[in-house]
Design a binder for this molecule. Structure first.
Ligand code: MG
Length: 245
């Protein structure tokens, strides 16, 4: 991106996580899992319910091994359920509004997305954004935290797991919006201002009970946001504030 006002642009780039921030993954993933596998437990007639999903670890909610949960998620990525995820309410409007702010500071704004989806999903991801955000230039950065091509890529490059915090620093993003508490904590440690996305307060997996032992509240540079109106309000206020300096 070419800076129009280099003194400001460095500090205003915002990055978005994709799943359950921009694209609504949870309900489709659980619907698909219940169709094929359900829950090995006896509760809820063998169904795994999204409302029971209280940590980021799917295997706990699905009552299966961690390896099996990863295998299922990789299988899910090959389905039409995944290809046809709906946007999170308000997400698309927010993306266009953010692009309009970035246009003031960059000649050719390019919105970064940072995702733990594996790189093998790239074509589907590109098509999804082309469909829902035509006219918005974007780049998808893959953190490959969990999935099979992560370890493979790690074996080839000698690097293990890309932290979202490090990725933000690398691409000069000062802010991230992510629904994963652990990723927000990682970004926070790297000095990235993080908005913990919790759609209408419904995301059981990112509540404070999942904070590391000894931590009682969110660090100062993480704020919980419940919808995209809040994301945009906080972002535009932040840009206004730093552009005064
Ligand atoms: Mg997410």
């Amino acid at each position: 991106m070419v800076d129009k006002k280099t003194e400001f642009s460095d500090g205003i780039l915002i990055a978005f996580d994709i799943d359950d921030v921009i694209a609504r993954l949870g309900p489709s993933l659980f619907r698909w899992n219940n169709k094929l596998y359900g829950n090995a437990g006896t509760q809820n007639k063998g169904k795994a319910l999204l409302k029971d999903h209280k940590t980021y670890a799917l295997h706990k909610t699905w009552s299966c091994s961690e390896q099996e949960a990863l295998r299922r998620v990789l299988e899910f990525y090959q389905t039409d359920f995944f290809k046809n995820l709906p946007p999170v309410p308000g997400a698309i409007e927010c993306v266009y509004a953010v692009k309009n702010i970035l246009k003031k500071y960059y000649d050719d704004p390019c919105l970064p997305y940072i995702t733990s989806r594996p790189t093998s999903t790239d074509v589907i991801n590109q098509n999804w954004f082309d469909k829902y955000t035509p006219g918005v230039d974007f780049k998808i950065h893959y953190s490959d935290h969990y999935f099979s091509d992560g370890p493979k890529a790690a074996a080839q490059t000698g690097k293990i797991n890309k932290s979202k915090g490090i990725l933000c620093k690398k691409i000069n993003a000062a802010i991230i919006v992510d629904d994963c508490l652990e990723y927000c904590l990682d970004c926070s440690e790297h000095g990235i201002f993080s908005m913990l996305f919790d759609l209408n307060g419904s995301y059981g997996h990112n509540k404070l009970r999942n904070l590391p032992e000894g931590m009682k509240k969110l660090p100062e540079n993480i704020v919980r946001v419940k919808n995209h109106k809040e994301v945009f309000a906080k972002y535009s206020a932040y840009v206004q504030m730093i552009s005064k300096y």
